[in-house]
Design a protein around this ligand. Sequence first.
Ligand code: SF4
Length: 111
Amino acid sequence: MRDENLSRRKFLQGLAVAVPAGSVLVQSRVQAQDLPKLDPADPAAQALVYVEDAAKVDTSNPMAARFEAGQDCANCAQIQGEDGAEWRGCGIFPGKLVAAKGWCSVWAPKP
Ligand code: SF4
């Protein structure tokens, strides 16, 4: 087999892998943006004392006793999606977006 045919074949094989991977990335971004925002009144959100603004954490609630200033969803280990986005996915609330400046009792620092 000639080198030209071999390199064309390798190029096409690489393209076949790259195009679907790119499609999945674009699709997952579009889908993430379409997700509904987590309602703080949702029973699961209430159980974990989720708030959309960490400045409004009720520290008198024992579930929020370990809250410290500076903690928010954007610097939590469970946050997903792109840095800088106002609303992002969360590993604890699948299928919903949480506020980057929010907080809940599951907060843990990013590794
Ligand atoms: S687990 Fe982390 S990212 Fe998810 S809502 Fe709680 S604090 Fe925010």
